[in-house]
Design a protein around this ligand. Structure first.
Ligand code: CP3
Length: 343
């Protein structure tokens, strides 16, 4: 059966708009919470192929998305490099922060694939279990976003520690970006070799960087990853997501050469249509909080997105991930709305 989402990523849209949602697997689903409760550590959960494959499939069974996104986390990469990563309930991710060269010297690509190999096993299982019309999406965090966690040792509001290392110790900061480029490219290639049809690179924290730093910290590492993937897997679509990057988005698209770009909720759609969708496939951008309230307003906004972008390649998605308080029945109404729309 044809894969509508993959075809759309390759620039050949059909008359129905394909869809998937960021964080489509997660705490808003009771069946996710049930499987999640069987493993205490979140990282261990990510490294359990049977459970990770199961929670990847749960939303597809319920709602029939055109894409299944591998269940894992962006912090698998620093973990694979040997940095200590753990999740504390109610506090989000924690890492042993890299403050200086000693912290960096503890990182190594040597054991990377052994450490994260169970993720590839999850992809192989998904490939075997998924229906042939569903596109399997692999993913990784972009070097800048992953570096913010590695340097801060946690999530943060303004990524102060990473920015300050980038300015104050650019040589060390560049080494961190460089090892992340190598690890991320290898990680995504291995996901592709295990069966991923396309990959998305999440740069969740690329907002409000000075132009020169956006070039160096966001565009250049992404270009390097795209080049490394294309050298091995020329045909596999790559989706970029420089979240909240604003007016520099068209430049990100032309310089990185990604096949598609995810639009955050704040991107004006007619602008995106005229400046981005004229070059590549776009994905987005419903506010995830609208799916918490649901109803007519959610449906009207979904139609506005579908109508505005119907002239080109578009994959319906959110502007960021589902939040845990999302009622599952609102996701059902949203999915039905998208499935019944014709371009
Ligand atoms: O369904 C999917 O989207 C696939 C799985 C997925 C997860 N994380 C599962 C997860 C994906 C693609 C991610 C990416 C991710 N992880 C990003 C980039 C996308 C974004 O949201 O901007 C980032 C920044 C992270 C880092 C991360 N992981 C944080 C900050 C947290 C804690 C926040 C929270 O909601 O608690 C996580 C944990 C996490 N990753 C959960 C899930 C379902 C929740 C933890 C749990 O179930 O116990």
């Amino acid at each position: 059966m044809p894969k509508l989402l993959l075809n759309t990523l390759q620039g050949n849209p059909g008359d129905r708009v394909p869809f998937w949602f960021m964080r489509q697997a997660g705490r808003y689903l009771p069946e996710y919470r049930e499987v999640r409760a069987t493993t205490r550590s979140f990282m261990e959960f990510c490294y359990s192929p049977e459970k990770a494959a199961e929670v990847t499939l749960q939303p597809i069974r319920r709602y029939g998305m055109d894409g299944a996104i591998l269940f894992a986390d962006i912090l698998v990469v620093p973990d694979g490099l040997g940095q200590k990563v753990w999740f504390e309930a109610g506090h989000g991710p924690k890492l042993e922060a890299i403050k200086d060269h000693t912290g960096f010297d503890n990182l190594s690509l040597g054991a990377f694939h052994d450490k994260v190999g169970n993720v590839y096993e999850t992809v192989r299982r998904l490939k075997a279990e998924l229906s042939s019309d569903v596109t399997l999406l692999g993913f990784a965090g972009a070097p800048w976003t992953v570096a913010t966690y590695m340097i801060e040792g946690a999530g943060s509001k303004d990524h102060a520690a990473a920015r300050q290392m980038g300015y104050g110790n650019p040589e060390l900061f560049q080494k961190i970006l460089d090892i992340l480029v190598d690890a991320t490219a290898e990680y995504l290639c291995a996901q592709i070799e295990a069966g991923a049809d396309a990959v998305q690179i999440f740069d969740s924290w690329s907002a409000a960087l000075p132009e020169t730093m956006f070039q160096k910290w966001v565009i250049e590492p992404t270009v390097a990853i795209v080049d490394k993937i294309r050298a091995k897997h020329k045909e596999v679509p790559i989706i970029g997501f420089p979240r909240l990057s604003g007016a520099i988005l068209p430049e990100f698209v032309s310089k990185t050469g990604v096949n598609a770009v995810s639009l955050d909720t704040g991107v004006p759609l007619e602008w995106a249509r005229d400046n981005v969708q004229n070059k590549v496939c776009v994905q987005g951008n419903l506010d995830p909080h609208l799916v918490v309230s649901g109803g007519e307003l959610m449906v009207d906004e979904a139609y506005r997105i579908l109508e505005t972008l119907k002239g080109g390649a578009h994959i319906f998605n959110l502007g960021h991930g589902f939040v845990p308080e999302t009622p599952p029945e609102n996701v059902a109404l949203l999915s039905k709305t998208i499935k019944n729309f014709r371009r």
